[in-house]
Design a protein around this ligand. Structure first.
Ligand code: ADP
Ligand code: MG
Length: 698
């Protein structure tokens, strides 16, 4: 933590250690630590998971089935049924309007918790079970004497996330006391009042108090708004300060280009550029012309034509006398890119070479020698480019395809030199806007939303298994016309062995009885690389006509002649993954078709497949995907790099995110970095308050 000014230090030292806080003690203090609560301030920021309006209860008679309700009543009867596999505790309770059964499965100890005559609050969904209304495994709280004017009843009540050893009621009391005793000293609002009133934000102490014990839902909304703003603002402030420091410290080569360069480039292309491509070209030319290192993301769906945009950047760099490196995650893709890029660069008189670990020693020797002498302007390659003896003489630009396939270390390897090369990263993984605003917050983004003209969207069908023979006949007809097909099987890790067996068996069947007239190949993750690549190449040459694959088909494999895809057990793939897979087809002149076989057991699963038959825009799909899965899922392991916001929700708080980002930007743009050395500066206090050190430049 940064040094605090003297008065602050005194204020903080007045606060007790967490174990001396009223109601906590050494045992609970340890539990709190596992939840990340180390100080009184952390405790005050330990916010409820939800709220219950206990100023009014739903009467039992009017509780609508299927919706969460909070009822209050008196226990009339407690019954225990020791069914062996699923012991049941049944609690019959009633209010003035009627009675309701609460049913608890697998919690036999509850029979000792409840007693007839107790007053109790239940929260849960009322269901109709065999004609009777009941509430299953509800959250409950037994009302005690004196509760009426307490933290627990007669108000909007906080419900905290629990863990072993922490109980709702005691937690509520601890927080109520902590807010009363410590709030004013633990929380000082670092935000200037002028900014607060301009953005209509409540003072921090009031916000924190109302996050726990709001008098009304309006107060709660205002409190939440302030906390959400703080979370986003804090994130962007740190990030932008760090970026500003980097930008003033690092200098990149100035690569300028007049309009004639654009004309020269366009005149060599076999097609007109899309407007997204034109815009991306302009973005890049503008970035390269300044000494601030470019850090741009080219984000576009599969087939949107990102490669040619990167080629333009290589061309500008080469004409200005600088070298470019293009990093590509796999060998097959690197070869493919190399072929395309050579075609684009040849008429522009810019030489390009390919470096992978398969390049023989002689050729490799020539490449590295030319690079070192500055005789080779563009190098395309895999991780092989990152080896120590590959030395550039004046590297000005680094482009990276599917940048998430490279580690941070690998990505930075080529950048750490003076002057610092410009960077262009490319991704075909569309992510929803709000996520992009945080995950890619340190990048400038060129979005490629429109597709090259004439591209026909893939027709997608969701088919039941019974129709399979019909689909296979149809596919065979297309194969007979010279086209090619993919058949994809999902492999899920836990059951991979069984799945692989199933895929192999189906492969044999397809080969012998379904497509006997056509050459058919199988690729899966258990094949070693050379074998897999030789099959992929045979498919690329059109020798193999049907490729049976687990999801290992490389992102970016470009085989315009492949026009049909069948996806088996499609319900086992995620929406985004299905879209990526489907992107392997629809790359040529002929209209492509995708057949999804799948029998999802959930409504959500059905929705996914239905969406895919309707949508082809990867960005829309990503947004729908996020809505279906919710942000909780994103914060898991799946999407790394998603910053954690505890209260803010990327799905619903977009407006706040943008407000906070724009505010942070205005402030940091105008900020004199030297001012940060002054601990009295409100930004310093703002970031310091959060108990995390100020960002240091990397
Ligand atoms: P991706 O964005 O998936 O990397 P590519 O750069 O591989 O897309 O482009 C896909 C195909 O579209 C390539 O064959 C490319 O030559 C072609 N292409 C790119 N831009 C255009 C355009 N403006 N008009 C027509 N075809 C284009
Ligand atoms: Mg590509």
């Amino acid at each position: 933590m940064d040094k605090l000014s003297e008065p602050d230090k005194r204020a903080f030292s007045d606060l007790p250690e967490i174990r001396y806080v009223k109601g906590i003690g050494p045992k609970r203090a340890e539990i709190f630590k596992t939840l990340g609560v180390h100080s009184v301030r952390d405790l005050l920021y330990f916010f409820p998971r939800r709220y219950e309006d206990r100023s009014r209860f739903t009467s039992i008679a009017s509780a609508p089935p299927g919706e969460p309700v909070t009822c209050r009543g008196e226990i009339l009867e407690v019954r225990f049924r020791p069914i062996r596999r699923m012991p049941l505790v049944e609690v019959l309770f009633g209010d003035a309007s009627g009675t309701l059964r609460a049913v608890f499965f697998n919690q036999p100890y509850l029979k000792k918790t409840f007693e007839a005559g107790q007053h109790v609050i239940f929260h849960g969904k009322v269901e109709n079970y065999e004609g009777r209304l009941q509430i299953t495994n509800p959250e409950f709280e037994i009302v005690e004497e004196g509760d009426e004017d307490s933290a627990h009843v007669g108000r909007i009540v906080p419900v905290y996330p629990l863990t072993e050893g922490l109980f709702q009621r005691s937690l509520r009391v601890v927080l109520k006391d902590a807010v009363e005793i410590h709030l004013l000293r633990a929380v000082t609002d670092p935000l200037p009042p002028s900014l607060r009133s301009e953005l209509d934000l409540v003072p921090l102490d009031r916000a924190v108090q109302n996050m726990h014990f709001p008098a009304s839902f309006e107060d709660l909304a205002a409190a939440r708004k302030r906390i959400v703003f703080d979370e986003f603002f804090d994130f962007f402030l740190r990030l932008m300060i760090r970026m500003k420091k980097l930008r003033t410290r690092l200098k990149a080569p100035r690569i300028t280009a007049g309009p004639e360069r654009f004309g020269e480039f366009r005149s060599t292309l076999p097609f007109p550029l899309t407007s997204s491509q034109e815009k991306a070209l302009a973005d890049i030319a503008r970035d390269l012309a300044t000494e601030i290192p470019m850090n741009r993301l080219l984000q576009g769906d599969v087939g949107s034509g990102k490669t040619v945009v990167a080629v333009f950047a290589f061309f500008l760099a080469a004409k200005a006398g600088y070298q470019s490196a293009f990093l590509i995650p796999t060998e097959i893709l690197a070869e493919q890119h190399f072929r395309t890029i050579s075609r684009f660069l040849a008429p522009l008189n810019v030489r390009v070479e390919l470096l992978t670990k398969s390049v023989d020693a002689d050729h490799r020797g020539r490449i590295t020698a030319d690079l070192k002498r500055g005789d080779l302007p563009v190098l395309v390659g895999t991780h092989a480019v990152l080896q120590e003896d590959v030395a550039f003489s004046n590297l000005g630009l680094v482009a990276i395809d599917e940048q998430h396939k490279f580690g941070v270390h690998q990505r930075n390897h080529l950048l750490k030199r003076t002057p610092r090369p410009h960077q262009l990263v490319m991704t075909a993984t569309p992510i929803p806007r709000t996520l992009g605003l945080t995950v890619y917050a340190d990048l400038d983004i060129s979005v490629m939303r429109d597709m090259p003209a004439g591209r026909k969207p893939v027709k997608t069908y969701w088919i039941t298994r019974a129709k399979q023979p019909e689909v296979f006949r149809h596919v065979a007809e297309r194969l007979a016309k010279g086209e090619q097909a993919y058949i994809v099987f999902p492999l899920i890790e836990e059951s991979e062995k069984a799945d692989l067996l199933a895929a192999k068996k189906e492969f044999d069947r397809l080969k012998k009885s379904v497509f006997p007239g056509f050459k058919i190949g199988l690729v899966h993750g258990k094949l070693d690389r050379p074998e897999r690549e030789s099959i992929m190449r045979a498919f690329g040459r059109g020798e193999i006509r049907v490729l049976v694959a687990t999801s290992v088909i490389e992102v970016g494999v470009d085989q315009p002649n492949a026009t049909v895809m069948i996806i088996e057990n499609a319900e086992r793939f995620g929406l985004a993954q299905l879209h990526q897979l489907r992107g392997r087809i629809g790359r040529g002149e002929i209209e492509s078709e995708c057949f999804l076989f799948g029998e999802p057991s959930t409504e959500e699963g059905k929705k996914r497949l239905r969406l895919l038959t309707k949508l082809t825009d990867g960005f829309l799909i990503a947004e729908e995907d996020l809505k279906l899965r919710g942000q909780g899922d994103l914060l898991g392991t799946r999407q790394s790099g998603v910053p954690l916001f505890r209260v803010a929700d990327l799905l619903t708080d977009e407006a706040m995110l943008i407000l906070a980002r724009d505010r942070a930007r205005t402030i940091v743009d105008a900020l004199d970095l030297d001012a940060l050395k002054n601990p009295g500066h409100w930004i310093h206090k703002y970031l310091g308050e959060r108990n995390v050190s100020l960002p240091h430049s990397s």
